[in-house]
Design a protein around this ligand. Structure first.
Ligand code: MGD
Ligand code: MGD
Ligand code: SF4
Ligand code: MO
Length: 719
């Protein structure tokens, strides 16, 4: 038996784990109590990783679709055929015809994600879709405008704050985003224990709100009015740190003009938060010695995520809470910044700007189906299940069917892979050497600033290959050098040759060489040195007082409080306000994450889908249920955008009236490659969510997944 110290790569908490193995099999996984950041915290998903890695459904060889069914083939054949087809498509249609979707799990592994971008660059392909436009692209777009770069981000100083207003987040379940917080609820409860205050702004009384703090119910997708009202009241009271604003910020007057029409009384009519409650919250925020407003995925997935982010950070900034102990801190990256972004690109469909080099996933179907120069004909899907996780699933199915060439790289054959021409077996995170998630290494969003390195814990299952290696090999075979660099490709080819030499092959690996170089660039020594810190290595903490006037990356060196396009867009909010008033009685649909699910890929583990957990449900307030003729245990039809889903009903008085919720990631019944998930009975909520260029937030490309208006009707027995 061997014990390995590693860290989990499922969510942003990145908990330290101790994995016990025998003969390359995971025997048990325990939280690492000595880990410098997670100190013994881990959740059920990390601890159950053995069930994912050793699932009987793991792909062991490449698969090729022949006459409609998949047949195992050798890697040699797979790479040769894929390389040939790629070359042909590239020659005929150019790089614009080649696109990729890079899913969430692989986002936690630095080398394969970089290798994929090198691969795309080799072909002059720039259409990279990611889940970023389903969860956070508004923050990247906001970082560019306010702080001078997508990776310039701030996070609440959670361990010192005296007041946290948490908008659209549910840490008990999610462990949060854009901040690496193992045991988040202990740290949030500690705010109250030291005499501070926590507010949850959320249409649902969440598991987190039941543990600590005060829940304030908000009508979905009205957070922009919440922020405007909050800002208006701060300015009305002149509770602005004018000295700080003058020295370190631009655009205050325009910001103030934007907030001027939005009094607490006015916004209350659409947020449904009483004006007196808002008044109290503003007072609490202003009186606290160190306060932070933080918003997350629940808001990002609305129609105004970018505006919300802007207003929220403007509030934190003008009240003096930015760069202050207990306020919000600007993360310090561990690695030096990458090359400056090239000229701003916009999408062929909808003319939407690429955010952080990615194109909105909600226009993927249009990019594939719309003829003309630049039409996508070949796609690579690495570690993603867009059919279940991106909006407009029916159109995506049609689009994937329409592709000339589709390759999926995954650890299992998921629903999206059914549309592939080839499926390539790749590594589970425990089979790969790694460093922490890019939000921490490149953005520094860590209350406990630290760094870790892990070697692979077990050998690759079957013939599974590292995704990075697959892309390097495809470049070699197609004669298109990685990232357009002949020397990089030469290095890659040499590394491949060396890897075949007995003994020496085990010692040399390009991915480890690359990780070593990165670690050295952060002045942390090489791999050998990092291996001396199996419990993680503490780094100089993120500190208040070293950001404003010193590290702000905008051309002016100041925080930009009034980005021109956002000021312009804010004018349209008068229309939105009127529409909200007119649609006050409409039901709005929100998402819901659950403890035993992780987007679409945790349902293939038996323990996670036992009994009632084998389906998702429509959660609805009892009063709304009565109004719509629904009963507990009955079925409902939920319709929007010309599509519908039929789903069992759960009455839930934690839901705000006027709001319904359906967890995503379900609908596995026809997944031939998922022996457990295919027996579940849930439905795919993304069938009814809108896609296409009109559905996305301009400038951020965010999909509209929260606050979509739906119609709900009861289904009779047998419907
Ligand atoms: N167990 C589990 N954990 C996960 C995941 C998972 O699938 N399962 N997914 C991971 C991923 S990929 C991510 S990105 C993170 C996300 O983690 P978080 O950023 O914490 O987001 P969520 O957990 O989605 O919580 C969003 C909250 O917003 C609320 N909400 C919905 N609409 C609105 C609205 O209009 N306004 C406001 N104010 N609130 C709203 C919802 O009720 C919900 O409680 O979680 C990660 N952790
Ligand atoms: N309606 C609605 N839709 C949503 C959301 C929502 O709140 N509501 N949330 C959105 C969010 S926040 C996110 S992040 C996305 C996630 O969307 P996706 O990333 O598209 O989906 P996942 O379910 O995470 O699927 C991941 C796939 O990666 C595979 N995988 C796991 N580990 C590895 C690995 O190491 N290598 C490879 N190659 N494959 C691996 C899994 O087997 C699985 O098939 O979903 C989004 N979709
Ligand atoms: S909280 Fe996140 S990082 Fe920690 S064990 Fe669970 S899934 Fe893994
Ligand atoms: Mo996400």
């Amino acid at each position: 038996m061997k014990q390995h110290k590693t860290f989990c790569r499922i969510c942003e908490a990145q908990c330290g784990l101790i994995v016990t193995t025998r003969d390359e099999q995971v025997i048990s996984i325990e939280p690492n109590r000595q880990h410098v950041a997670s100190s013994g915290y881990a959740c059920i998903k990390g601890l159950k990783m053995g069930d994912f890695i050793h699932s009987p459904d793991r792909l062991k060889t490449p698969l090729k679709k022949v006459n409609g069914s998949f047949e195992p083939i050798s890697w040699e054949q797979a790479l040769r055929e894929i390389g040939d087809k790629l070359k042909a498509i590239h020659q005929q249609h150019g790089g614009e015809a080649i696109a990729a979707y890079m899913g969430n799990p692989i986002g936690f592994s630095l080398w394969p994600t970089m290798a994929m971008t090198f691969f795309l660059k080799a072909f002059g392909a720039d259409k990279l879709f990611t889940p970023g436009t389903q969860d956070c692209a508004n923050k990247f777009a906001g970082g560019e405008r306010l702080f001078g770069g997508a990776n310039e981000q701030v996070f609440p100083d959670i361990d010192h704050t005296q007041l946290l207003i948490a908008v659209g987040t549910n840490p008990v379940i999610s462990k949060m985003s854009f901040i690496s917080v193992p045991h988040p609820m202990d740290r949030i409860s500690a705010i109250e224990e030291r005499g501070g205050k926590v507010y949850w702004i959320n249409p649902r009384r969440t598991e987190s709100a039941k543990r600590a703090g005060e829940h304030i119910a908000i009508r979905p997708d009205t957070d922009v009015f919440f922020m405007l009202g909050f800002l208006n009241e701060i300015i009305r009271r002149d509770a602005v740190d004018h000295d700080r604003v003058t020295r370190y910020m631009n655009g205050y007057d325009l910001l103030a003009q934007t907030a001027a029409p939005w009094t607490l009384q006015r916004v209350a009519a659409v947020t449904l938060i009483p004006a007196e409650k808002m008044y109290q919250m503003v007072t609490a925020y202003l009186e606290a010695d160190g306060a932070a407003i933080f918003s997350s995925t629940g808001v990002n997935q609305g129609r105004f995520g970018l505006l919300v982010y802007w207003l929220q950070e403007a509030i934190n900034a003008i009240t003096g809470n930015l760069d202050k102990r207990g306020g919000v801190l600007a993360g310090k990256a561990v690695f030096p910044p990458g090359p400056a972004p090239g000229p701003q690109q916009t999408s062929r469909i909808g003319n939407t700007p690429y955010v952080n080099s990615t194109i909105p996933a909600a226009i993927m179907a249009d990019e594939i189906l719309t003829p003309g120069p630049g039409q996508v004909r070949a796609m690579f899907n690495m570690s993603g299940n867009p059919l279940l996780t991106c909006p407009g699933s029916h159109r995506l199915a049609e689009a994937f069917d329409h592709l000339e060439f589709f390759v999926c790289l995954d650890i299992v054959r998921n629903e999206t892979a059914e549309y592939a021409d080839y499926i390539l077996p790749t590594l589970h995170s425990l089979e790969r050497a790694d460093v922490p998630f890019y939000f921490f290494t490149m953005m520094g969003l860590m209350p406990v600033r630290s760094f870790s390195y892990t070697d692979a814990v077990v050998a690759a299952a079957g013939e599974s290959r590292d995704e990075g290696l697959v892309f390097r090999q495809l470049c070699r075979i197609s004669g298109m050098p990685l990232a357009g660099s002949r020397s990089l490709q030469w290095l890659s080819n040499m590394a491949e040759k060396l890897a075949r030499v007995p003994y020496l092959g085990k010692l040399t690996s390009l991915d480890r060489l690359f990780l070593g170089m990165l670690i050295r660039s952060a002045k942390l020594g090489g791999l050998r040195k990092m291996r001396r810190y199996p419990d993680g290595r503490l780094l100089t903490p993120n500190q208040p007082g070293d950001y404003l006037g010193q590290r702000v990356k905008t051309p002016s060196g100041k925080v930009e409080l009034a980005p021109a396009d956002l000021i312009e867009r804010a004018k349209s909010l008068e229309n939105t306000y009127r529409e909200e008033l007119a649609k006050k009685s409409a039901l709005k649909l929100i998402q819901k994450r659950e403890r035993f699910t992780h987007n679409s890929w945790a349902h293939n583990v038996q323990a996670f889908v036992k009994g009632e957990r084998a389906s998702n449900y429509l959660y609805i307030h009892p009063a709304d249920a009565v109004a719509h003729g629904l009963t507990e245990g009955g079925s409902a039809r939920v319709s929007a955008n010309g599509n519908h889903i039929d789903i069992p009903v759960r009455l839930d008085d934690d839901m705000m009236p006027g709001t319904v919720s359906v967890p995503h990631g379900w609908g596995h019944q026809s997944a031939a490659g998922l022996s457990v998930a295919s027996k579940t009975t849930g439905v795919n909520v993304n069938i009814i969510l809108p896609d296409g260029p009109d559905s996305i937030e301009p400038a951020s490309g965010m999909a509209h997944m929260n606050g979509v208006i739906v119609a709900v009707t009861a289904l009779g027995p047998g419907a």
